[in-house]
Design a protein around this ligand. Structure first.
Ligand code: NAP
Length: 484
């Protein structure tokens, strides 16, 4: 399909109890293309009563979801996996239009998103329990797992589909009904995704979708209502903390995938080409708009000049433009505020003494573009050492030894992911174990994998998504004591 047809084909209403419906008062809001600033279409703007109606629909459907057999839940996910692959061209175009990432990356995200469904289709069949004789005899200890209950799922704009399947996959596999709320800037991929789940045979109300512009007004009453038993959120640490307070009201199970401030450490014994290639992935995937993006790049003194030159050459070779255009590797940032923030962080670093090797400024014209940037001699007190840059800026800073760099890498309130490049096996293990992060990429710039547990420590979050443990976030453990 062409651009207009792809936009036209997406449902624009709320999905509540298996029916598409307008928001209260038929309110809508616009969705824009960040490469042009032009409006693509309008979607329903839910009011608080719409949110509650969606949650009530999920609660009504919960017994039906729990009653599906493991095989039925697994088959729904496998069918949705197939449909995502069948429609990958149209879905990728849709994602690029609303979010900006290059088409090849959008295709990559849909493949990654679909893989969560295939993975959790398997996990649905492997939910286990236990049966033991009590040590003193006289009774048996039966342990079983049950779905946690209705879930509220909230996702960000940077991975508009994968952040949804990473929650919906395990929720469905476990037998939980849910209400999902995508980010206001990128609702279209999620609307297309839930349409696919409906086609795949999910019972009406098994998944409900709310799109809205006043997230706080709509979500807070839902979270505090007591109708949901679980809240899973991916987004900023600031909002995550707010939601944890709200969830405390009814003691909801929570999963929090929050912000990051990833260190990327290159030792002088690393393969330089591999390290530069790894950094290009860790830094430039999604234009740097990823929680996993390399944010602080520590390079051992003796290789700094060679490393920064190779990195600058690789950055200069990237083509910037609308994600739909041939050969584009760097799309626009999500909005003007994002461009302004990245510009502020670069100006602050330069003001404190950093040197610009390439890039360094916004690109004027239509859309929200920032040129791929390499900074060297970035001082410790620069703001970008403490904040997520969320843009195509690589700040390099030298270090002299292992102990120093580990201390500096850990000096952050975040703890999502760290990257280490070295060819010394002992050092690799020492440093990977010493880093206070939930994930470590060892000679690799990419850790995201549906088959591995994704998540952070410290203020980067609570819980894990994906891997064998991902489904546990949606299950309660029940113990039944049996007298014999
Ligand atoms: P955000 O501002 O926290 O928003 C995330 C989601 O929360 C959006 O759907 C947003 O809706 C909603 N939201 C905002 N305020 C809310 C409130 N008061 N109550 C309920 N929902 C609310 O984050 P973002 O800017 O979209 O995403 C970027 C952040 O996500 C970064 O910090 C990034 O590191 C993090 N992230 C983390 C992971 C991970 O796995 N750890 C993955 C991806 C992204 P609106 O769109 O309507 O504001």
């Amino acid at each position: 399909m062409d651009e207009a047809a792809v936009i036209d084909a997406v449902p624009k209403q709320l999905l509540v109890g298996g029916s598409w419906a307008d928001a209260h008062g038929a309110a809508t809001f616009d969705v824009a293309d960040p490469a042009t600033g032009l409006v693509l279409c309008s979607v329903a703007d839910a009011a608080p009563e719409d949110g509650m109606a969606a949650l009530q629909a999920a609660a009504r459907c919960q017994p039906a979801m729990a009653a599906l057999t493991p095989r039925e839940r697994s088959d729904i996910l496998l069918k949705a996996f197939d449909l995502l692959h069948e429609r990958i061209d149209d879905l990728a175009l849709l994602m690029t239009l609303e979010m900006g990432k290059p088409l090849a990356e959008a295709r990559g995200e849909i493949t990654y998103a679909a893989e969560f469904f295939r993975h959790f289709a398997g996990e649905a069949l492997r939910i286990d329990g236990g049966y033991r004789t009590a040590p003193a005899g006289g009774s048996r200890l039966l342990v079983t797992k049950q779905p946690v209950g209705p879930c509220i799922l909230i996702t960000p704009w940077n991975f508009p589909m994968a952040m949804g399947t990473r929650k919906l996959g395990p929720a469905i596999a476990a037998g939980c009904a849910s209400v999902i709320k995508p980010a206001a800037q990128t609702p279209l991929s999620m609307l297309a995704l839930v349409e696919i789940l409906t086609e795949a045979g999910l019972p009406p109300g098994g998944v409900n979708v709310i799109t809205c512009t006043d997230a706080n007004a709509v979500m807070e009453p839902m979270i505090r209502s007591g109708l949901a038993r679980k809240l899973s959120f991916t987004g900023s640490t600031r909002v995550g903390k707010l939601l944890l307070e709200q969830a405390a009201d009814k003691v909801l199970r929570t999963s929090m995938e929050l912000g990051g401030n990833a260190p990327f450490i290159v030792f002088d014994d690393a393969d330089l080409d591999e390290a530069v290639a790894g950094l290009m992935v860790a830094k430039m995937r999604n234009m740097g708009e990823a929680c996993t993006a390399a944010n602080r790049i520590f390079v051992q003194e003796s290789i700094m000049t060679a490393f920064s030159q190779r990195l600058a050459d690789a950055m200069k070779a990237l083509k910037l433009g609308r994600g739909t255009d041939e050969g584009v590797a760097v799309g626009p940032l999500i909005d003007q505020a994002a461009v302004d923030k990245v510009g502020r962080l670069v100006d602050d670093a330069v003001g404190r003494g950093a040197a610009v090797v390439t890039g360094g400024s916004a690109v004027h014209g239509d859309g929200y573009f920032f040129s791929p940037t390499v900074l060297t001699e970035v001082p410790h007190d620069a703001d970008l050492n403490a904040e997520e840059i969320f843009g195509p800026v690589a700040p390099l800073t030298p270090f002299s030894d292992e102990t120093e760099v580990v201390t500096r890498a850990n000096a952050t309130r975040y703890g999502l992911v760290g990257y280490v490049f070295t060819n010394d096996l002992r050092r690799a293990v020492r440093v990977a174990e010493a880093l206070e992060f939930g994930m470590v990429g060892l000679n690799s710039g990419l850790v995201s994998n549906p088959y591995a547990p994704f998540g952070g420590v410290k203020e980067s979050g609570l819980g894990r998504e994906g891997g064998a443990v991902g489904i546990d976030e949606y299950l309660e453990t029940k113990y039944i004591g049996i007298a014999v």
